[in-house]
Design a protein around this ligand. Structure first.
Ligand SMILES: Cc1cc2nc3c(=O)[nH]c(=O)nc-3n(C[C@H](O)[C@H](O)[C@H](O)COP(=O)(O)OP(=O)(O)OC[C@H]3O[C@@H](n4cnc5c(N)ncnc54)[C@H](O)[C@@H]3O)c2cc1C
Length: 285
């Protein structure tokens, strides 16, 4: 149905909006390209539950219908002035890493290959190669539930390992400003990061990246799962990747129930063998 400049779809499969390719239908779904459209979508939803998503690369949608409105953030502008980058929350985080590195700007090289939106990367404080999204973040524009747009400086926000203040808020990240530094070696570093990803991750399979957080700097979740002999272990159509044990791949029409049961079995086995209880990184919705 048409509402203002937007088209609100009904009963849309969420499997098309997650890199896992899993999920039941959303009662309503809208793809928004401007701040006004995000605002209008929230107003349209009124008392319905609202879920904002980016590229669905860290989201396992339930097999059951989502009873409210899913807002897919597609605000995609990008302005670079000197070392300041202002970018829409729906812009590809990976392309941002590539684009800035090509311009000889350093700080977001690690983003290349992370199939996120900028909003999803800030929400999760995505990281790789010893770097995290918050490090070169300057500020974030955020739509509060009340409909008011607020600018947050990084110093007003909290970030940790795969954690941000936004995880306990109910609005929508609209855009962000990153402060990078000039470095002619940025492109070379970024290309090396992509090469390493190609060598170590199952990029041809449907997944949401690492399923579990690393329990500490000394222990990686992937190594612990591997030690327990779980590579290749499957439940229904969901399987522990043979390439990277912290990835679950949808190899044959997996359901969310398959993935959740596989997560349960991995946690149980790792706890039994190593005493460590793994915590999921994936957001289950
Ligand atoms: C092949 C592969 C490799 C990966 N490698 C990495 C890696 O190296 N490092 C890493 O940290 N992660 C990695 N990931 C996981 C994933 O890309 C990140 O967690 C990423 O930050 C998720 O971004 P997204 O836009 O897809 O978010 P989504 O999955 O769409 O959403 C994630 C969460 O953020 C919320 N959200 C999204 N956008 C907004 C917004 N605009 N406003 C408010 N809330 C929002 C959603 O509600 C949800 O709770 C990988 C995934 C894959 C498939």
């Amino acid at each position: 149905m048409r509402f203002s400049t937007m088209y609100i779809k009904e009963n849309t499969p969420l499997s098309d909006f997650s890199t896992f390719g899993i999920g039941g239908p959303a009662r309503y779904l809208v793809e928004v390209k401007t701040v006004d459209e995000v605002s209008e979508a929230f107003a349209w939803a009124r008392d319905l539950p609202v879920l904002v998503v980016g590229n669905g690369s860290n989201t396992l949608f339930s097999d059951d219908p989502f009873p409210g409105l899913v807002i897919v953030n597609r605000i995609g502008f990008c302005k670079i002035e000197g070392t300041l980058v202002e970018v829409g929350a729906g812009h590809s985080f990976s392309l941002l890493g590539i684009h800035t590195a090509r311009k000889g700007l350093s700080g977001l090289e690690f983003a290349s290959g992370i199939p996120a939106t900028v909003g999803g990367a800030i929400f999760m404080n995505a990281g790789a190669n010893g770097k995290e999204t918050c490090e070169c973040l300057h500020s974030v524009a955020y739509l509060l539930e009340t409909g008011e747009v607020r600018q947050y400086l990084k110093s007003e926000l909290e970030f940790g390992y795969r954690h941000s203040s936004f995880q306990s808020m109910k609005g929508c990240i609209l855009s962000a400003v990153f402060l990078l530094s000039e470095n002619p070696a940025a492109r070379k570093a970024q290309l090396a990061i992509v090469e390493r990803r190609i060598q170590t991750q199952p990029l041809k399979d449907k997944s949401v990246g690492c399923i579990f957080q690393n329990p500490s700097k000394e222990f990686s979740a992937g190594a612990l799962i591997d030690q327990c002999g779980l590579k290749g272990h499957s439940v229904g159509g969901a399987k522990v990747s043979e390439i990277h044990a912290n990835f679950i791949v949808n190899h044959n029409r997996a359901t969310a129930r398959d993935v959740i049961e596989l997560i349960r079995q991995i946690r149980e086995k790792v706890k039994e063998k190593t005493g460590i209880l793994l915590e999921p990184e994936v957001r289950i919705r």
